[in-house]
Write a protein that binds this ligand. Sequence first.
Ligand SMILES: Cc1cc2nc3c(=O)[nH]c(=O)nc-3n(C[C@H](O)[C@H](O)[C@H](O)COP(=O)(O)OP(=O)(O)OC[C@H]3O[C@@H](n4cnc5c(N)ncnc54)[C@H](O)[C@@H]3O)c2cc1C
Length: 441
Amino acid sequence: MRIGIVGAGWAGLAAAVEAMDLGADVTLFEATRTPGGRARALPATRPDGVPLRLDNGQHILIGAYRETLGLMQRLGVAPEQVLLGTPLSLPYPDGSGLQTPAWAARWPAPLDAVAAILTARGWRWSERLALVRASLGWQLSGFVCPPSLTVGELCRTLPARVMDELIEPLCVSALNLPAAQASAQVFLTVMRDALFGQGFGRWSASALLLPREDLGALLPDAACHRLGTRVRLGTRVTALQGNAPGWTLAGDGWSEDFDRVIWSTAASPAAVAIGATTDANPQDAARRDWASTTRQLDFTAITTVYAWAPGARLPAPMLALHNRPDAPAQFAFDRGQLRPDDPSTQGVLAFVISASKGERDELQQRVLAQAAEQLGLSNLQAIQTVVEKRATFACTPGLRRPAAVIAPGLWAAGDYIDGPYPATIEGAVRSGLAAARAACA
Ligand SMILES: Cc1cc2nc3c(=O)[nH]c(=O)nc-3n(C[C@H](O)[C@H](O)[C@H](O)COP(=O)(O)OP(=O)(O)OC[C@H]3O[C@@H](n4cnc5c(N)ncnc54)[C@H](O)[C@@H]3O)c2cc1C
């Protein structure tokens, strides 16, 4: 069976590896020269001229990303070597905030999280108990809530400090939306899987996994190596045509017939491509509906400001920051601590603005001022600021997401496809694996 796959993001790569392992004759087309899509490596140069590798955006994974971690392992990448696992913690520069104490680091979930809540520095007992009470309530309700609820409404009884120092940072990092706009049901699903789900290897589900290598080295490079000549980088697909019983993919000066196609680009190009296969014909109604549902998704931005100063170092590899409009970053990462053996990354910090608004230069200036104010780092110089305007679909309450099945012989894969997770690497990988299994069935 010939399967054509369009887009070598993590969804397309997962689909291609799975379909190949299931015995299909796979061809994976990627428009750019670098695999990985939104989670890809990015070459850059430090202000002092030293070349280094950054990422299209600073990413974190968690222990509950079992399908992603399992796929890495299948491809010969050892997750414990390329990821630094730390127990759930969101420390602020002054040492306040949630941190799993060392003595509870190996406790099974959710006891490690309960220990972190009960020992959170700077919190009153009433605040800790309010959070434990709310978490028990979520558990008793099976982590299910009315689909129309926002995270803000779900958590309306929680004290302001718990909202500011825990719920807001967790919500914005997982769903890329502030609590007032984010879907409570999707947030609860993430909490359920992180607090009560199964982890991976020796990591609990809630463990934060910080990349020690660029994102290419985590999975895309190994996947491309495995796929060999089946991957065509720098090959944009410009047309998809039904050619019963299969599908034809075409680009600049070429066209190829396939028995099945998995369309694994981001949502907007997918809506355009699938929409273009339809006309007024009644039998195209399902495809028109699919394209229209996909077109209606909204998106939110993520900005990553990379900066450097000789000797710059954070108290921990990842810190939460107090954010406000003129100090917009929610998190700072010390890439030098994550890669102690790599001289090019020493003194390199990444600042993440989830749900970011505004222009690149202004955001960059504000982040550098925030680093001076909150971290005492007044000599940082910007390396590069990456603004991804369409980083994730807006995971709002009651959102209708497109299905994986588009038409006979045609599937979609990607982080936006209907599923339990917000736009994440794990959502993308799960969707790619599922599409490949369906296509090969
Ligand atoms: C800045 C940023 C930070 C993020 N942080 C996190 C995080 O910390 N943790 C987390 O889990 N997730 C995070 N995400 C989300 C995560 O990166 C995405 O959910 C995931 O990478 C989506 O993968 P995908 O395969 O669905 O789509 P994409 O990555 O968008 O891949 C689609 C691919 O299709 C290709 N393509 C498009 N059109 C064509 C065409 N016509 N022909 C051929 N190829 C084509 C594109 O070039 C691209 O390579 C973040 C995203 C961003 C942008």
